[in-house]
Design a protein around this ligand. Structure first.
Ligand SMILES: [Zn+2]
Length: 376
């Protein structure tokens, strides 16, 4: 194990089928738990569901701590393989022309591997003046369910000074991401025979009214210079049983992406006021945005380490997807937060997913240097 590289570890993680749904992270989590425990980490596996643990691995400080912990975080589940056929075995970890193929290579087992490799390096440091923690979650792909379960139990997550979420960014250091608020708007009506529509109340007309209101929806926030403005998409409508009945239920699914300067709670209140009492608003996914001011000293350190390791000058940017940080950041005392990983953003959830093998070691190096500075 001592000669294991980040690439070797990524390939080992790929071999575990953690496709969600249905989701089974147990064997992958147990393997990592044993690896980290043998290096000196204290392990807790928090069962969220049967065979679906969240793994928290803690490397204690060796001296009286001078600052709060540094946390590395990633999810162990992957999305399904999809409808299209793969040209490679998605669990074999095949390498071709500098690319490692497999489900989860980019999203995000290479990122988890970089976190773990950094953790193992830090465990070899004889003097540590702060704690280092790894939070490796289950059930992220279906709406951050694993970390939501952790956050629900007081005292489990603890607090931290800085949080790294190793989602795929092609090794670019992102300072946040938009929030996501997915809701169903439920409109009720009264059914009647299609030949006597005047005897019913047509729920589709209610849904159309809501859609028209949403078409011109003004969030009332100025677009953020880095993250941009919020967006709203009317994604689907489910209504009606047959052509000759008045529909008594119409459901409209909307996808809102929120930005700096607003919270999802505020947006829900705006929607309720605008749409009125007769529309029921049922949240499906509710993740707030994440943002750390790039002038924060820790982010400035991140940028300088990334510059040293990759030779590229980072630009201030945010990710287009949401992450476990939506849950972890507020639950852990609002630490400075970095989204960075070796996976390719464009490869997440794709058929024939791959990651560039050459990006894994530089990411591990950035994580390790940030860790060394933190525990110094
Ligand atoms: Zn992911």
């Amino acid at each position: 194990m001592t000669d294991m590289t980040g690439l070797d570890l990524t390939r080992k993680l790929i071999a575990f089928d953690t496709i969600n749904p249905p989701g089974d992270e147990l064997d992958c989590a147990t393997f990592l738990a044993e690896l980290l425990e043998s290096a000196g980490f204290q392990i807790t596996l928090h069962d969220w569901k049967r065979r679906r643990p969240n793994l928290i691995a803690t490397l204690p400080a060796t001296e009286a701590p001078v600052r709060d912990a540094l946390v590395y975080s990633g999810h162990l589940d992957t999305v399904p393989l999809g409808q299209a056929d793969w040209s490679v075995d998605p669990f074999a970890g095949e390498i071709r022309e500098g690319r490692l193929y497999g489900r989860g290579t980019s999203d995000m087992k290479s990122g988890v591997a970089a976190c773990v490799m950094a953790g193992l390096a830090l465990a070899r440091e004889p003097v540590r003046r702060a704690e280092v923690r790894l939070i490796l979650s289950a059930g992220e792909e279906t709406g951050c369910e694993g970390v939501l379960a952790l956050a629900d139990r007081p005292g489990i997550l603890g607090t931290c000074d800085a949080l790294i979420v190793a989602e795929p960014t092609d090794n670019r250091p992102f300072v946040g991401h938009k929030g996501a608020l997915w809701v169903q708007l439920v409109h009720k009506g009264v059914t009647a025979h299609g030949s006597m529509p005047e005897k019913g109340v047509n729920a589709i007309f209610g849904a159309c009214k809501s859609i028209e209101v949403l078409r011109g929806f003004d969030f009332g926030v100025t677009p953020h210079p880095v993250m941009g403005g919020p967006s709203l998409n009317v994604g689907n409508m489910i209504a009606g049983l047959n052509v000759n009945s008045v529909p008594d239920r119409a459901q409209v699914g909307i996808d809102i992406r929120s930005t700096v300067g607003q919270t999802n709670a505020q947006i829900k209140a705006q929607l309720a006021t605008l749409l009125g009492d007769e529309v029921q608003i049922v949240p499906m996914t509710d993740m707030d945005h994440v943002y750390t001011d790039p002038e924060t000293p820790w982010i400035q350190r991140v940028f300088s380490v990334v510059r040293d390791v990759t030779g590229t000058d980072p630009t201030v940017a945010t990710a287009s997807y949401f992450t476990d940080a939506s849950v972890l950041k507020p639950a852990m005392g609002n630490p400075a937060t970095l989204i960075m990983g070796p996976g390719a953003m464009a490869m997440a959830h794709q058929t024939d997913e791959y990651c560039e093998t050459a990006l894994i070691d530089p990411c591990t190096e950035v994580f390790t240097r940030l860790g060394r500075a933190h525990i110094a």
